[in-house]
Design a protein around this ligand. Structure first.
Ligand SMILES: [Zn+2]
Length: 749
């Protein structure tokens, strides 16, 4: 707020003398991504029919920029008089290498000035004006903005192989991407589920490999995974003609978006090998998803395809996939093994790397650079290749340490095919849980890197794989509003990110997205409760929030249903021992949600010492020895820091400090068959006054089968009238290497 840019120095000094306009400030805070530097002024630019004056802008850029301005002011026209009232002055300054997307914007009552060193910067200045105009009820708020992105690469990936989407749909998404200052569209054009780009030399790729005799991917995948002729009555799928591709690339260019094509190799190529089986190790269709690397015909195919691709896409980068290749066929193939011997390669990793390097050499003859998924570093790689880290951050870290540029797209934060709300109420997704807040919390540059290595992290990208996403409406549902968070990850400096500022803005942008005809997921209006346990003061501070805005949270603590008369929540509630709190959301004096009940409990064992006769496991330590009596319950994820894992029996002793009356002990276990987390076989609970003489007060056998689906939580506890100082809690699990038990708390009442 206090930064003053030279070119507007005089102007800014003048405006500092004026009082700040809080209405304008609120509008500017709603910009996504939030600009780097802003000075709020009073007043609005309210000219509905502005004129546009260009200075030092090429004719072709002029046409494009005027069209974008007309998107904001439909009746704008060009003028040759820079002093006209209601003028928008668009000025391109001499090019500078380190300001390729930055811009300056100054809005006053009578004029708007935008300056940048590239057409890209001018485009972003106009997008900022467009947002300001959308966000304000009347006119464009007067403001001075000096803005630049944190990362050069800000991308969205879309898989069009699993399901095919129309040209018009892609263009619609490009419009929204540019509105949020995203500049790379990674177009996943080929995969085992279908080939989607016309290649003149290989017509079978689009008359056959682009079509499936199934209604959707699920039927294909869980069926026989066949392709069919385009003319087949059952054929579903599609492809982009080279004319379609040119249209999309040109459209994107006008929005400062580079389209990066991905042509998968050598794996994820089942569809290619069904159409051209001679490129597989066995020479027969439906025998492999991996191309034969020992066959020169494979290189001929790939370089032919890439030659056409390089012609179509001006992008410096070409993505070649390189992920998840199965080595099985290569191991059994005489040609592949022959290449390993002839080239002195160590193994199949190096065989894959041999192919990638040949392809990279080929691409460099076309003036292109190679990007691949993080597997491409496994067998060695030339320093010019860029790595896209998807299996967590490790691939990106390793790449940066080896001197490669890397783009962060880790699954746990940026795979938008995961659920963004309760799976029970959401359309089917592939799995995982990635709410808006988690996307927003991601920091793309790992602390562990040196300054030099950090400079190799050139950006972020969200990936949308579409196995379960059959319709275009559903694609939008998965992308938005998470794209809003992604936009700030790519554009804003780490310390400029602010969830408290961002969340109201995201709520407001959901309305804008709706105006743009986007079918966004709506932010949940359920109440999220958070407890802070204060061991010193022996109380719990219970706070509520709701990500949907604006709403009122009202609550009761007498068991009654909240009404419009109930207490309005505005500060954390203190709870000494236990309470029953009922909450609901109100909007315009009406209850708009079901009543939610929370039962915070400051139980007797909080802060008491736990000792371990058998240690907990070393991976899921949670908060160490404090975990089981810290007052915090675990949530739906065993890795959330409240659940403690045991890979041997549980055997712990709890010291209450003095002989204490006990009515109930509650110990919840988690079961989740997928990662081998199971309930105990049986539990024994013992009590003692002196820690030496023990009596068994409870034996519980488990009756829940291990293969029960979903995530289960079950109490293996005790109820009765007892007194003791020490409680020994033991749980036994059938020995099985790699199996776990998880508990979060030993609650004593
Ligand atoms: Zn082979």
């Amino acid at each position: 707020m206090k930064y003053i840019k030279n070119f507007v120095l005089l102007f800014a000094v003048a405006t500092l003398l004026l009082s700040c306009n809080s209405g304008n400030e609120r509008v500017v805070e709603l910009l996504i991504p939030q600009p780097a530097k802003t000075i709020i002024k009073s007043g609005r630019f309210t000219h509905d029919t502005p004129v546009v004056y260009f200075s030092n802008v090429s004719d072709s850029d002029k046409e494009n920029l005027l069209e974008l301005i007309k998107g904001v002011f439909p009746s704008a026209t060009e003028t040759l008089d820079s002093t006209e009232s209601g003028v928008i002055r668009v000025k391109q300054l001499p090019y500078s290498n380190n300001a390729t997307e930055s811009y300056d914007l100054c809005v006053s009552r009578s004029s708007i000035d935008i300056e940048a060193r590239t057409p890209a910067g001018l485009i972003y200045a106009i997008q900022t004006i467009a947002q300001l105009n959308y966000l304000s009820t009347r006119g464009v708020p007067c403001v001075i903005i000096s803005d630049a992105p944190r990362f050069a690469y800000r991308g969205i990936h879309l898989d069009v192989s699993r399901h095919f989407y129309s040209v018009e749909f892609i263009k619609k998404q490009l419009d929204v991407m540019s509105f949020y200052k995203m500049n790379r569209f990674h177009w996943h054009l080929t995969d085992g589920a279908g080939w989607r780009i016309e290649i003149k030399k290989y017509p079978r790729l689009t008359t056959f490999a682009a079509w499936r005799p199934y209604n959707n991917w699920k039927e294909f995948w869980f069926g026989e995974r066949l392709y069919c002729e385009q003319t087949d009555a059952k054929a579903k799928g599609g492809y982009y003609t080279q004319e379609d591709v040119k249209e999309i690339v040109a459209y994107a260019q006008k929005l400062n978006i580079t389209v990066i094509p991905e042509i998968e190799m050598p794996g994820h190529s089942d569809e290619v090998l069904a159409a051209y089986p001679e490129l597989s190790c066995k020479g027969k269709p439906y025998t492999s998803g991996e191309m034969c690397i020992g066959n020169e015909a494979t290189y001929k195919f790939l370089t032919d395809v890439l030659s056409e691709v390089c012609e179509l896409f001006p992008s410096e980068y070409i993505h070649i996939g390189g992920d998840e290749a199965d080595h099985k066929n290569w191991k059994e193939c005489a040609k592949c093994q022959g290449t390993i011997r002839a080239k002195g390669l160590k193994n199949e990793h190096e065989l894959q790397s041999y192919l990638i390097q040949r392809i990279e050499n080929f691409l460099s003859t076309k003036g292109k650079k190679l990007i691949g998924w993080d597997e491409i570093i496994e067998g060695g790689l030339s320093p010019y290749a860029t790595v896209m880290a998807w299996r967590g951050e490790a691939g990106g870290i390793k790449a940066a340490q080896m001197g490669h540029d890397a783009i962060m797209t880790p699954g746990n934060w940026l795979y938008f095919d995961a659920y963004q709300d309760n799976p029970a109420t959401e359309p089917e997704a592939i799995g995982g849980y990635l709410p808006l807040s988690r996307v927003y919390s991601y920091e793309p540059v790992p602390d562990s890197l040196s300054l030099e290595e950090k400079s190799h992290i050139i950006g972020v990208q969200a990936n949308l794989w579409t196995e379960y996403i059959q319709t275009e409406e559903h694609v939008e549902y998965m992308l938005y509003p998470r794209v809003l968070a992604l936009a700030e990850l790519g554009w804003c400096m780490a310390d400029a990110k602010d969830w408290e500022r961002f969340l109201p803005a995201a709520n407001r942008h959901l309305e804008i997205l709706k105006d743009k005809g986007i079918n966004a997921h709506q932010i949940s209006n359920s109440v999220i409760a958070e407890e802070v346990v204060d061991v010193e003061k022996q109380k719990i501070e219970l706070s509520f929030r709701c990500d949907k805005m604006p709403v009122d949270i009202r609550y009761t603590n007498d068991g009654s249903e909240p009404t419009i008369e109930s207490e309005l929540y505005n500060a954390p509630i203190s709870i000494k021992d236990s309470a029953i709190i009922k909450v609901a959301i109100f909007q315009n004096d009406e209850r708009i949600t079901e009543v939610q009940t929370f039962t915070p409990l400051y139980h007797k064992a909080i802060g008491k010492k736990v000792s371990y006769n058998i240690p907990h496991c070393s991976h899921y330590v949670a908060k160490g020895e404090a975990t089981l009596t810290d007052g915090y319950n675990g949530g739906a994820s065993y890795g959330d820091g409240s659940w403690q894992g045991f890979n041997k029996d549980v055997d712990v002793v709890l010291d209450m400090g003095e002989v204490t009356p006990i009515r109930e002990i509650e110990v919840n276990f988690m079961q989740q068959a997928g990662p081998w987390i199971w309930f105990p076989e049986y539990v024994d609970i013992y009590m003692s006054e002196d820690g030496e003489t023990w009596r068994n007060v409870k034996h519980i056998s488990n009756d829940v089968p291990r293969d029960t689906e979903g995530m289960l939580i079950k109490n293996f506890g005790f109820a009765g009238e007892e007194r003791c100082r020490y409680i020994r809690y033991t749980a036994h699990q059938l020995p099985k290497e790699g199996a776990y038990m998880f508990i979060d708390e030993i609650k004593v009442k």
